[in-house]
Design a protein around this ligand. Structure first.
Ligand code: URA
Ligand code: SF4
Length: 241
C-alpha cells in the first residue's frame, strides 16, 4: 500500500468508528476516538479507551495520561505525530470503568484493521487491557519492558510488541513512572531489531536514512551503513516513520 492508500484506509476506518453503534458505549459517549498519527509510521501505541478529555475532544491521549505519554516519547526523542496512537475501545466507558469483554470484542475489528493497514514493526501496549490483546495470558508486572512476537491474528503481519504500564498507573505511582521510562527506553532497540527481522527493501532503508530521527548513534551507523550512505546522516537524528 502507498502512503496515500494507507491514509485513505485509516480515514475510512475513522469515519466508521465515529458513526459506530455496535456496543453500549455508543449511548454514553460524546465523541468516538478512532486514533490518530502518521500513516507512514512503523510504531503503533495502543491504550485502553478514551477518558474524559478524549471523549470531549475526539482525540486519544489528550489529558494528563497523554501529557505523560508525550514526555515518555520525548525521553527517546520520538514525537506523538510520528507514531500512531489508538485504543482497544474507541468510546469512553462511563466513569472510566474497565471495558467489558463484549465491548472489547465488538470494537476489536477496528483496531485489527488499523494494524493491518499500518503493518507496524512495533506495537507498544499501554496497560493490561491492551496487553491482553497482543500478549494473551501475560501479567503486566512480569512482562512490562519486555518484547514478544505478535500473533498475526491481531492484524500485525510481522510485529514485535513491547508491553508497558498504562500512563495513568504511572501518574498514580512514582515507582511505576520510573519503570515506564526504563520500559520506553527499550522501544528504539526493539524497533531496530524488528526492522532487521522484517528485512525491508533497500529502497525503504534509504528512505529511512533520509527522514529518520534517531535513536542512538550506534544504531544510526548500523542503518546508515546498511543503506550505504553513512556520511551525511551519521551525526543527524534518525526519524522513525
Ligand atoms: N487512557 C487511555 O487508555 N486512552 C486514552 O486515549 C486516554 C487515556
Ligand atoms: Fe463501536 Fe467500539 Fe464505540 Fe463500541 S466502543 S460503539 S464497538 S466504536
Amino acid at each position: 500500500m502507498t502512503s496515500a492508500e494507507r491514509q485513505t484506509a485509516l480515514d475510512a476506518i475513522a469515519a466508521e468508528v465515529r458513526a459506530c453503534t455496535k456496543c453500549r458505549l455508543a449511548a454514553t459517549r460524546t465523541q468516538a476516538v478512532p486514533g490518530e498519527g502518521s500513516a507512514d509510521t512503523e510504531v503503533v501505541f495502543v491504550g485502553e479507551g478514551p477518558g474524559f478529555h478524549e471523549d470531549r475532544q475526539g482525540r486519544p491521549f489528550v489529558g494528563r495520561a497523554g501529557d505523560l505519554l508525550v514526555k515518555l516519547l520525548g525521553s527517546i526523542e520520538w514525537r506523538r505525530e510520528d507514531v500512531f496512537i489508538t485504543n482497544v475501545v474507541k468510546c469512553r466507558p462511563p466513569d472510566n470503568r474497565d471495558p467489558e469483554p463484549d465491548e472489547v470484542a465488538a470494537c476489536a475489528p477496528y483496531l485489527q484493521r488499523q494494524i493491518e493497514t499500518l503493518d507496524p514493526a512495533l506495537v507498544v501496549t499501554l496497560g493490561r487491557h491492551s496487553m491482553a490483546r497482543f500478549v494473551p495470558g501475560a501479567r503486566i508486572s512480569q512482562v512490562h519492558g519486555t518484547t514478544q512476537r505478535v500473533d498475526p491474528a491481531t492484524g500485525a503481519r510481522d510485529a514485535t510488541v513491547l508491553a508497558m504500564y498504562h500512563p495513568a498507573a504511572a501518574l498514580r505511582t512514582p515507582a511505576i513512572e520510573r519503570e515506564s521510562y526504563d520500559d520506553i527506553g527499550r522501544a528504539p532497540r526493539a524497533l531496530l531489531d524488528a526492522r532487521e527481522r522484517r528485512a525491508p527493501s533497500p529502497a525503504r532503508r534509504a528512505e529511512a536514512v533520509e527522514t529518520v530521527e534517531a535513536v542512538a548513534v550506534s544504531d544510526l551507523e548500523v542503518i546508515a551503513a546498511a543503506a550505504g550512505d553513512v556520511t551525511e546522516t551519521a551525526s543527524a537524528d534518525l526519524t522513525i516513520f
